[in-house]
Design a protein around this ligand. Structure first.
Ligand SMILES: [Zn+2]
Length: 342
């Protein structure tokens, strides 16, 4: 184990076992959010999955903690805006991005078992068998058909891409033109593939909401919003909201940005969200939220497999809680020096 890992472990143990740490976080009215993608036993080629056991340990840790309370997304919004008072325990929100079917099949029973509410942000094109481009890349590599896609890329790119993950990372980092050319090719190749087994269907979404869980919008086609003109941004936002409102027969006012990094979010996107009827939006920028924070730039911690392993043990609660509470960013910003914000 590397020194950095050992240091992280020691610091996590020190803070998350200290009552002062939790009392400080409570007094500071902190409101952490986790972001999951897939809950599956399948091999995690894209770094987006946790296993069923891992997810169960995570939910168990939250439900048994005397300092934490899992809350629904609507309650989260009410607490954030001050409409509801800050609870006695730190409110934690569990969220899922994209709409994978394993969330319904594998995660829902675990959420039910621990009595934990969650919100699912659905990309609505998946309901018409139009997959998210990175799932097509993964399928091409799994079927040994990646040459169909790679043939159009530059020779240097081809040489450096040996896995689905490398291909996805390469395309994400590529320029607009190269990305859109590849995306067109991917869309064409996807026409002859069936993705119904990996994404939630209309019925799954209905059953998810009937089980007391919430849904939110995540655009229609999972684009990089910053690469789109404003009328298409609006179309992506409104279109996904309307589709989900028809399916769920509920008002949809929660949104998660595709990719969700700093460069994927602008003030004009926030204006578009407000014009499209949204009240809250989630990024994947790491850090902690507090009561009164701007509701359209909420930070989340993305969770994937193996993050909380240490000393040959599969799960260390202290590492999980340290990530949940964004301990790293708090330490970097000297947040513990001085009094909590109130
Ligand atoms: Zn997404």
């Amino acid at each position: 184990m590397g020194f950095k890992r050992y240091l992280k472990f020691t610091i996590s143990e020190f803070f998350t076992r200290s009552k002062r740490f939790w009392r400080y976080s409570l007094a500071d009215k902190q409101m952490p959010i986790l972001c999951y993608h897939r809950v599956t036993e399948e091999q995690d080629y894209l770094g987006l999955s946790v296993s069923l056991n891992e997810f169960d340990w995570h939910m168990h840790a939250i439900s048994k903690s005397p300092w934490l309370e899992a809350v629904s997304a609507s309650r989260y919004l009410a607490i954030l805006s001050g409409e509801d008072g800050y609870p006695e325990r730190i409110p934690v929100l569990i969220s899922f991005d994209d709409g994978y079917r394993d969330n319904f099949i594998n995660a829902l029973p675990i959420l039910n078992k621990h009595n934990i509410p969650a919100i699912q942000f659905v990309v609505t094109d998946i309901l018409d068998n139009k997959p998210i481009w990175y799932d097509v890349v993964l399928r091409l590599f799994s079927n040994n058909d990646e040459a169909l896609l790679l043939k159009n890329l530059s020779n240097s790119a081809k040489k450096n891409i040996n896995s689905a993950r490398e291909c996805v990372d390469y395309l994400r980092a590529s320029g607009k033109d190269e990305f859109f050319a590849a995306k067109n090719e991917i869309d064409t190749l996807a026409n002859s593939m069936d993705f119904s087994s990996i994404y939630m269907s209309d019925t799954d979404i209905k059953l998810w909401t009937q089980a007391g869980q919430e849904i939110g919008a995540h655009t229609c086609s999972h684009p990089r919003l910053s690469a789109l003109p404003e009328h298409l941004v609006l179309q992506e936002m409104k279109g996904s909201r309307e589709t989900l409102e028809v399916i769920s027969e509920n008002k949809i006012d929660q949104f998660a940005y595709p990719y969700g990094a700093e460069e994927d979010i602008s003030s004009s996107h926030i204006t578009c969200l407000k014009d499209s009827g949204f009240a809250i939006a989630y990024t994947t920028i790491q850090g902690i939220n507090r009561v009164g924070d701007e509701p359209f730039r909420l930070k989340r911690k993305c969770i994937n497999g193996g993050l909380f392993q240490c000393f040959n043990q599969d799960f260390f609660q202290s590492l999980y809680f340290a990530d949940l509470m964004a301990l790293g960013s708090s330490l970097k910003s000297n947040a513990f020096i001085g009094k909590p914000r109130s």
